[in-house]
Design a protein around this ligand. Structure first.
Ligand SMILES: C[S@@+](CC[C@H](N)C(=O)[O-])C[C@H]1O[C@@H](n2cnc3c(N)ncnc32)[C@H](O)[C@@H]1O
Length: 836
């Protein structure tokens, strides 16, 4: 069945309010019904409120600019005092009405486009785009928040699925925290049972940033606000911050000197003039500051989102409406960041389309690929301005038709993070946290073995490896082959072995060892019904069973998503007792790999208050979908960084160098402990929410298994037995563009060999050029902080260089300053361990 994602239309005309009582369908209900039955759209997207609402809000919350000018005149001249008195009386009446409204901010019936519960189902509601939660004017900000509360109250009352909030204004970046705080408070409306989601409309890019002119600073950006807006709250005392703003001359309305009104405390900051200054309260140009920070990484719109969701505590009801009106950022890395974010809608105006050779509207190749990659999140597409028909062929229907065409075939390209059978995707395994199996400590159920056995690729690879080993042993002149399958489960590797022997036209004594008593009954059944004398079955633990016959080939599959996490090394150590001096193990070796990732969903899931303590210090098996791999290839600015996905460690079998006790078992498990220190280059700013863990296994000859994203398709294509392991971070670690992430991970074991566990931590650094290092005072990093350092020195100046950097300090290697650190996760294995 081809995928069918919902498509919404933004209608040109909004139906009138109901004129008949219930249960008659309202005009909006009828219009929605018509859209769904007669067009290719599934949903209608329209503003929740209409122009009457805006007129009332403007009248109550804004002071008309001409009135301000009259007030100026009144203040400076005594002429026409009668008119002045009348004006001030009229204003006082409006101010009273405004304050009454502020006590109980709400919409009136004739101000709403959506009034009935019945209208709410196939609707995406838009909050008013003139509300400015990030206006430079404090009064406008506060009243905009009240306005949005009124709209959200209506949305909650009608159980609307979502309210789309207008994007924050890039030119007002200094006030983004105010925007985010307002959203956070609005998310609390309706309490625990609130249903309506809040979706922030975020532009996919800032075009000025893409062409290298920095983010839409005020001097360049199209102001979202239409005119000078002056808050009617301007007679309230100014806050400190507002006074600082007013003190910055260019921000004052119409160039008026700050505080020029008679009350001396006005905050008449106009949106339009703020747009033309690009300077924020610190006196630093927002344009130059942000631009220098993000050069090479067009990320200012993503960064706004990151700030909002972090301030909203990763609230699961907060989503993104990704607006593709602007061009896509050219870098795949910058774009792929959206794949790990909760993008619930994609806004596609007709202007985003280009005509093909026949004049039909199509999207650029890059946009098609991006949209295909996003389909795994099943977003709703919102098509706007299609009725204007900008492209010569196909008419208005051509736009949804085309979107259906490109989204009907999902693709796993882009993230390529997790192996996934199509069935698994359909079954909802995507981004679902599963506790890793512990087949040594626990006895697996038949249904779990059944899932293993559905992956033909794994067994094809094993059969091939066993075949190669048999043929090689035979070629060495061995005509009395012994093969032991250690951990046989329900017997699929026994079947592989028998098939390999048949192919090689050889015979061998085959033993199947299993410690799970229930699985052993299946082995008994298969011996009785299928294998007969060709297979001996042995019940018990391979680490303690008495050895009767020495093997040429020891076959086991005790691999976890991270290779060694199901204790394959420890079990095969015990199984070595079965192996002849020249015997071989299949697998012969395996490696563990990690990469830093971001995923709002996984982070939210592991930090749910309902989860047990330590839930964010436990690894999980996850089929990763809404996950972005953060690291890039190349050594980074300093050349210090490794590959995108890096190897932590390796295990090889058989190991002949161990000191063994009288039973042939190692005295301790210390030879199976490992540690890794890995440095990753982070090309695009992002929070790090943890690490994806992968394995590669060398079975025998040139045959292997891999879930490593870069090698899986070559080594064991379409194998889906293993999903990656997720090592979460308790707190997101913010990484700016160009950061270096140093990860430490350990595989540890207790001295009595009873358990094995992992611990992990990370540190974030920013590389600095020697020039910048001097500017930042980093040469002083090598020595303890000097008394009397100037107060404007870098706040990071006391951070030590890493030991490796000190060692390399003679080279003209760029330095780095430390910018972040996580705690040690799962210290002492207290939250998670694997029992031996
Ligand atoms: C991951 S399952 C693989 C089963 C089967 N070989 C397959 O490929 O489907 C690992 C099996 O090894 C068994 N096992 C684990 N540790 C063992 C041990 N020390 N001795 C014997 N069997 C063990 C488990 O009970 C389980 O049946």
């Amino acid at each position: 069945m081809p995928l069918r994602l919902p498509i919404a239309v933004v209608p040109r005309d909004i139906p009138k309010l109901p004129t008949k009582p219930h249960p008659a369908p309202s005009p909006l209900q009828a219009a929605i019904g018509e859209v769904i039955s007669e067009t290719d759209y599934d949903v209608v997207c329209l503003p929740l409120a209409n122009d009457r609402w805006r007129e009332r809000w403007d009248r109550l919350c804004l002071r008309p600019v001409d009135e301000e000018e009259d007030a100026m005149l009144d203040a400076y001249s005594s002429a026409d005092s009668q008119a002045a008195t009348e004006r001030s009386q009229a204003r006082a009446d409006v101010d009273r009405e405004a304050d009454l409204w502020r006590r109980e901010p709400s919409l009136r019936r004739d101000e709403c486009n959506i009034t009935r519960l019945e209208e709410s189902q196939a609707v995406i509601a838009l909050a008013s785009d003139w509300l400015e939660l990030d206006a430079p004017d404090e009064g406008i900000r506060f009243d905009s928040e009240l306005g949005l509360r009124a709209e959200m109250a209506q949305a909650l009352y009608l159980s609307l699925p979502v309210l789309v909030i207008p994007a924050p204004n890039l030119a007002n970046r200094a006030f983004l925290p105010s925007y985010a705080r307002a959203i956070s408070n609005i998310l609390q409306m309706g309490g625990q049972s609130a249903y309506t989601q809040i979706s922030i409309r975020i532009p996919v890019s800032d075009p000025l940033e893409i062409i290298g002119q920095g983010p839409a600073g005020a001097s360049n950006g199209e102001p979202r606000t239409h005119h000078r807006r002056v808050s009617s709250l301007s007679s309230r005392p100014s806050s400190m911050h507002q006074q600082q703003l007013n003190a910055l001359g260019p921000l004052s309305a119409g160039g008026q000197p700050s505080g020029g009104y008679s009350n001396g405390g006005s905050r008449n900051v106009s949106g339009a003039s703020a747009q033309t200054s690009g300077t924020h309260a610190s006196g630093v140009s927002s344009k130059s500051m942000t631009h220098s920070a993000i050069q090479g990484d067009p990320s200012s719109t993503w960064e706004m989102w990151d700030c909002i969701r972090a301030m909203c505590g990763y609230n699961p009801r907060l989503t993104i409406t990704l607006d593709l009106s602007n061009p896509l950022p050219p870098s795949v890395g910058a774009l792929s960041r959206w794949t790990s974010e909760p993008v619930k809608h994609i806004w596609l105006p007709a202007t985003a389309f280009i005509p093909n050779a026949k004049g039909f509207p199509v999207l650029s190749k890059a946009c098609q690929a991006f949209i295909r990659g996003m389909t795994k999140q099943a977003p709703t597409f919102i098509l706007s301005e299609c009725e204007k028909v900008r492209h010569p062929s196909g008419g208005a229907a051509a736009y949804p038709q085309y979107v259906r065409h490109i989204t009907s075939q999902p693709t796993t390209s882009g993230a390529n993070i997790s192996p996934q059978g199509p069935e698994e995707v359909a079954n909802g395994y995507g981004d679902f946290l599963q506790a890793p199996l512990q087949p040594l400590m626990d006895d697996l159920g038949s249904a779990t073995y059944d899932v293993f056995e559905r992956d033909p690729v794994k067994y094809r690879q094993y059969e091939e490896a066993i075949y190669l080993a048999i043929v090689e042993k035979a070629a060495e002149g061995n005509d009395d082959l012994v093969i032991v399958i250690a951990g046989a489960g329900r017997g699929p590797l026994v079947a592989c072995t028998l098939r390999a022997l048949a192919r090689a036209q050889l015979e061998a004594r085959v033993y199947a060892v299993e410690k799970n008593p229930s699985a052993f009954t299946t082995l008994e059944e298969r011996k009785a019904l299928e294998w007969g004398h060709h297979v001996e079955i042995v019940f018990g633990d391979m680490r303690t069973l008495p050895v009767t016959d020495l093997a040429d080939i020891l076959v086991s599959e005790l691999l976890g998503s991270f290779g060694d996490n199901e204790l394959s090394p420890e079990c095969i150590d015990g199984g070595m007792r079965f192996l002849k001096a020249d015997g071989v193990s299949i697998p012969t070796s395996y490696t563990a790999h990690i990469a830093p990732i971001s995923s709002s969903k996984l982070h939210h899931d592991v930090t749910q208050p309902s989860r047990a303590a330590g839930a964010a210090e436990t690894p999980y098996v996850v089929m990763m979908q809404q996950v972005n791999l953060l690291s890039g290839e190349g050594g980074g600015v300093s050349g210090r960084c490794g590959e995108r996905i890096q190897q932590c460690w390796q295990f090889e079998h058989p190991r002949r160098d161990l000191i063994l006790d009288y039973q042939g078992l190692p005295y301790t498990n210390s030879h199976n402990t490992r540690s890794a220190t890995l440095t990753f280059h982070i090309p695009h700013a992002s929070p790090c929410h943890g690490f994806a863990g992968y394995f590669e296994a060398h079975l025998y000859g040139n045959v292997g298994l891999s879930i490593h994203p870069d090698t899986a398709a070559r080594v064991s294509p379409e194998m889906f037995s293993w999903f990656p392991l997720f090592f979460p971070l308790k707190q997101p670690l913010y990484l700016p563009s160009g950061a270096e992430l140093e990860v430490n991970i350990w595989r540890l074991a207790d001295t009595r060999a009873r358990k094995v566990w992992y611990e992990w931590s990370a540190e974030a650094y920013l590389p600095v050029t020697s020039q910048a290092a001097t500017h930042l005072g980093t040469p002083r990093l090598r020595a303890p902080a000097t008394p009397g350092l100037s107060s404007d020195a870098s706040p990071t100046q006391d951070a030590p260089y890493s030991p490796r950097e000190v060692a390399a300090s003679s080279a003209p290697d760029p330095g780095r300053v430390k910018i972040g650190q996580t705690t040690l996760h799962n210290a002492g294995g207290v939250h998670y361990w694997v029992g031996l």
